[in-house]
Design a protein. Structure first.
Length: 85
């Protein structure tokens, strides 16, 4: 693990988004970095292309799989807390 320096404004945006998505600041920043990485790995995908384009589908599917995995881990942790309380 390392330290990444970012602006105070970006840190605030990450914190706000993390609260909305029930993520820690680090988890939210990591999620945004992964989305940025997907965007860089797929430079031909631009926002004004047709949403029916199959390339969009694959990038969105990757993001949804990551999000589903995250939400599943939250659910498992919540259920574990309920069962063990």
């Amino acid at each position: 693990m390392g330290i990444v320096k970012i602006s105070d404004d970006l840190h605030d945006e990450i914190r706000k988004s993390g609260l909305l998505m029930s993520r820690s600041i680090n988890s939210q920043a990591e999620f945004w970095m992964k989305m940025g990485r997907l965007a860089e790995l797929n430079p031909t995908l631009i926002f004004h292309e047709s949403p029916n384009d199959q390339r969009h589908f694959h990038v969105i599917l990757k993001l949804l799989r990551h999000e589903a995995s995250y939400l599943n881990s939250l659910l498992v942790n919540a259920l574990s807390c309920i069962v063990h309380s």
